[in-house]
Design a protein around this ligand. Structure first.
Ligand code: 0RA
Length: 645
């Protein structure tokens, strides 16, 4: 970030516009407060923010087509066929409404009180934030037969709104270029935008969203339009799974003025995949709507099974985990004034919603089961099997507790713990293999870095039930070391290390172990990911040295640049190149310098930005249908080179 752009002068502005300037200046000063960060994530957030405005227009029923274009030179254009942002004079502000909308923080809501405003997480900060963070931004409004154009530079008015021609179109087109002096990453990623666009198209049935890329060598155009809405979303999520019943079950309606849309289907896997949305925002931390859905599901299935004598033993009850095993479900509701809470502001807090969703889903599900007894029976049978496994798991868990209590001070024997006890300062490295574990133990700063070497095979959490998973030694060690417990016993406050770092070799086996670890964490301890506690260490692939000068490099490009630099463009053969096949090849000092020293290391934080994509990736990579896995690996070949499928 830099401050080298000209600061606006206050002279000559009205009182209102001074507050506006102050507002947008605040955004430029602390962009991360408004969009999370100024890297890749924040950059893409700008696009979501603009698209959200068009989606609002679509949710109001005024627009059915949106086009998002990545232009040459990394510009973004979002066009919709809605009513068009009003261009007439804004009474209180004495400026055209479109200008007010683009320059006032949170101006959107002033106009349309009835629509479901997005305001969760980073959403809903307003299009003016995009304007403030754009090198330039231009709006074209098609309204009343005319084309109205206005533009801005870094949030400040450029050319005032004027009519430039006639049109039969209706709608709004916003084009902007993100400010290079603010963003550290300025290249848009088709796949990232595609995931969000596809998700929005599933959530808003019948809405057509086209994503276009006009960059040189990247030209393509894809239209997302799902007449089946959430039903098609479930088909998509379950594509690589074996469904237990062919048809997706879906209910859509309104209860106490809350529009509710839910669809689900069981598959023969052991994992639960429920995605919940409020006003099109993925509520990854859940909330009252999700609680209502879960309560309804558990109670309705238990009542049905009891009523129809499907329990062999009279005192059987199915737990929530039992009825959700193998469930893929999407819940999408609209709330007029959502309260978002939690670490990432993606947890719905409105108390009344729980009962509303519970009652709606109970009624609909009851009716469905009465009409489809064969499907109901299969689901109950699947849940009963899960209940049996849960019994076995409880025994395994009790065993874990007793066993760890016997060992020295609760902790696994192989753990080399750190001396500091404040979890906020502590890190634990999960290290593959004993030799790397040995180097890490010697190289670490033992005050706050703990090492847990993992040797045995880590079980594939995608293919095993909880009882098997808990029987796995490496997994038990991790859970004990983390201190949080898991599932219903999970307590984030008990986490013993705020950074959990996965450190594996930069080869095929390392990638495999990393995926196994992430699969386990994603399925059984997602809270650790959501709260930002999971990291991936980035050990270098090469050490390039000439005499005493050395440089560690993370890929081939970096290596080639380093060779040129260190040899001053002279004879490249003077450079000594060491390729690290495994962490174990590095001595403890090297491992510390390159990978573990907080001052110099590079680490990636794992996030759950896109839960739908994550679920598909894990079930594709780790599930048991082979063909999609091969396709996935081929289509993502540039990210997973050398993986032998
Ligand atoms: C306020 C009022 C009206 C439309 C909009 C905002 C609007 C904003 C955006 C942003 C992107 N696309 C948009 N489309 C519409 C409606 C005013 C009226 O005609 O009654």
């Amino acid at each position: 970030m830099s401050d080298n752009q000209k600061k606006p002068t206050v002279k000559g502005y009205s009182a209102e516009s001074i507050t506006v300037l102050k507002g947008l200046e605040a955004v430029r000063k602390r962009p991360a407060m408004y969009i999370g960060d100024v890297g890749k994530r924040g950059l893409h957030h700008l696009v979501y923010e603009v698209v959200d405005n068009s989606i609002d227009e679509a949710m109001g029923g005024y627009c059915d087509t949106i086009t998002v274009t990545i232009g040459k030179d990394e510009t973004i254009t979002v066009e919709d066929n809605g009513r068009g942002i009003p261009v007439d004079m804004h009474k209180e502000e004495g400026r055209p409404a479109v200008e007010v909308v683009m320059t006032s923080l949170h101006a959107g809501g002033k106009f349309d009180k009835d629509s479901y405003k997005v305001s969760g997480g980073l959403h809903g900060v307003g299009v003016s934030v995009v304007n403030a963070l754009a090198e330039w931004l231009e709006v074209e409004v098609y309204r009343n037969g005319s084309i109205h154009v206005i533009d801005f530079k870094r949030g400040l008015l450029g050319k005032a709104v004027k009519i430039t021609g006639k049109t039969k179109k209706r709608g709004t087109k916003v084009t902007f270029k993100a400010d290079d002096t603010i963003f550290t990453h300025n290249v848009f990623d088709w796949d990232v935008l595609e995931d969000r666009v596809r998700e929005l198209a599933f959530l808003n049935k019948g809405l057509s969203i086209t994503l276009k890329d006009e960059r040189e060598g990247e030209k393509r155009s894809e239209k997302y339009l799902y007449k089946g809405g959430l039903k098609q979303f479930i088909d998509y999520l379950n594509e690589n799974k074996h469904a237990l019943h062919p048809q997706v079950i879906a209910f859509e309606g309104e209860k106490d003025d809350v529009p509710i849309d839910v669809a689900f289907q069981y598959n023969d896997s052991y994992s639960e995949n429920i995605l919940s949305y409020v006003n099109n925002i993925n509520t990854i931390e859940g909330g009252t709507h999700l609680s209502g859905l879960r309560t309804a599901l558990t109670r309705t299935l238990n009542n049905y099974a009891t009523r129809n004598n499907l329990f062999k033993k009279t005192n059987t009850t199915l737990s929530g985990d039992d009825v959700r095993e193998g469930l893929t479900c999407v819940l999408s509701i609209k709330v007029a004034e959502p309260q978002f809470e939690g670490q990432t502001k993606t947890k719905l807090g409105n108390g009344d919603i729980k009962g509303i969703v519970d009652s709606f889903v109970s009624d609909q599900l009851n009716e469905f089961m009465e009409q489809h007894p064969a499907i109901a029976k299969r689901v109950i049978e699947k849940s009963l099997m899960a209940a049996q496994a849960r019994d076995a798991a409880r025994k395994a868990r009790e065993l874990t507790r007793r066993k760890s209590a016997l060992e020295s001070g609760d902790l696994p024997g192989k753990l080399a713990d750190c001396s500091t006890k404040d979890p906020a300062l502590c890190e634990i490295y999960l290290v593959e293999g004993d030799s790397a574990g040995g180097s890490a133990k010697q190289g670490r700063d033992r005050r706050y870095q703990a090492i847990l070497p993992l040797r045995g095979k880590i079980i594939n959490a995608e293919k095993a039930r909880i009882d098997k998973i808990l029987g796995n030694n490496e997994i038990r060690m991790m859970i004990t070391a983390f201190g949080t417990g898991f599932k219903e016993d999970f307590e984030l406050e008990k986490l013993r290390y705020h950074k959990i770092v996965i450190m594996t070799d930069a080869d095929v086996d390392g990638a495999h172990i990393r995926t196994l670890l992430l699969t386990f964490l994603f399925r059984y301890l997602p809270e650790l990911i959501i709260n930002g506690h999971i990291f991936i260490a980035m050990p270098p692939l090469y050490r390039v040295s000439v005499g005493k000068k050395e440089k560690y490099c993370f890929d081939d490009d970096e290596r080639d640049i380093a060779i040129k630099k260190l040899t001053d463009g002279g004879d490249p053969s003077r450079a000594k190149i060491q390729r690290y096949k495994g962490l174990g090849e590095m001595n403890p000092d090297q491992l510390w310098n390159t990978t573990m020293d907080p001052e110099t290391r590079t680490m990636m934080r794992v996030n759950l930005d896109d839960a739908a994509a994550a679920d598909r990736i894990f079930s594709t990579l780790m599930g048991d249908i082979v063909e999609p896995r091969r396709e996935f690996i081929q289509s993502h070949a540039k990210y997973v080179t050398n993986i032998d499928a």
